[in-house]
Design a binder for this molecule. Structure first.
Ligand code: NAP
Length: 260
């Protein structure tokens, strides 16, 4: 039970295929008490029954595009606990039109929305979570923040387009946040997951090509399972990873090392 006694906040469960759900299952099985969020009332119907399969988590609403909702989220968290040990940010959004065709055609609004929801949200959440992780002068603690990224933030993956540019901003935010929050013993890392069929992935045109390419060319010759992202998250938020921060950990069967 690597996470026994820990409390974690997980954002981004949309349905049973969500990587956030696999992470919630893994961290819950490792002993963590969870707080899970859903974006809007429509998703509450999906998330509540999934949450019921976990270790009795608190389920709260938060659209990360709204500062007011983020403030409300942390006020509710503070009513229920005085500490957070980890935060998992598994949220991304881009306009559907911007995930087809060419990056050069991205609209100003499409660029703004993708960066606001997929990258800036990590920064604002880290700012609010940090005081709940810090502890006191007598008993300093610390914590761990994990976000999810994709290779398209580092290399050109056709059709990933503005989401790749937003992931580059997210990965850079990981490094700057790791520097800022390191003095409070808060670690910030990202998992670069290989492609997995989820709701968000369904919006990316030629996603099946990404799956086939990864299976054909990764050293391990297969695609990843969501549970493997869950296992890597358990490691990253646990004491085992206590000296790891500012890192992008590829959980992709080694696909990122290939030149094909
Ligand atoms: P998912 O199940 O669709 O999860 C994406 C989540 O982001 C959904 O819960 C979605 O809610 C939420 N979201 C979007 N806009 C939001 C907002 N304004 N406020 C709060 N939540 C919002 O898909 P997923 O693949 O598991 O994605 C999770 C993370 O993994 C993303 O960062 C994604 O880029 C990353 N990732 C995915 C893959 C992959 O192949 N699937 C690979 C590497 C990295 P709605 O459904 O309501 O929009």
């Amino acid at each position: 039970m690597l996470l026994d006694g820990m409390t974690g906040l997980i954002l981004g469960i949309a349905n049973q295929r969500s990587l956030a759900y696999a992470i919630a299952q893994a961290t819950s099985a490792a002993g963590a008490k969870l707080i899970a969020t859903y974006q809007n009332e429509r998703l509450r119907r999906n998330v509540e029954p999934l949450a019921a399969t976990l270790n009795n988590p608190l389920v709260l609403q938060c659209d990360v595009a709204s500062d007011e909702q983020i403030l409300r989220l942390f006020a509710s968290i503070r009513e229920n606990t005085d500490r957070l040990d980890f935060v998992v940010h598994a949220i991304a959004y881009a306009l559907r039109d911007d995930l087809e065709g060419e990056y050069v055609d991205t609209s100003r609004e499409g660029f703004r929305v993708a960066h606001d929801v997929s990258a800036y949200s990590l920064t604002v959440l880290a700012r609010h979570a940090a005081p709940l992780m810090t502890g006191t002068e007598e008993v300093p603690r610390g914590g761990s923040i994990v976000t999810l990224t994709y290779l398209g933030g580092q290399r050109v993956i056709p059709h990933y387009n503005v989401m790749g540019v937003a992931k580059a901003a997210l990965e850079s935010s990981v490094r700057y946040l790791a520097y800022d929050l390191g003095k409070k013993n808060i670690r910030v890392n990202a998992i670069a997951a290989g492609p997995v069929r989820t709701l968000a992935a369904a919006g990316i045109s030629r996603f099946s090509w990404m799956l086939h390419h990864q299976e054909a060319y990764s050293p391990l010759g297969r695609n990843i399972e969501p549970e493997e992202v869950g296992a890597a998250t358990v490691f990253l938020v646990s004491h085992m990873a206590r000296s790891i921060t500012g890192q992008i950990l590829h959980v992709d069967c080694g696909y990122h090392i290939m030149g094909t």
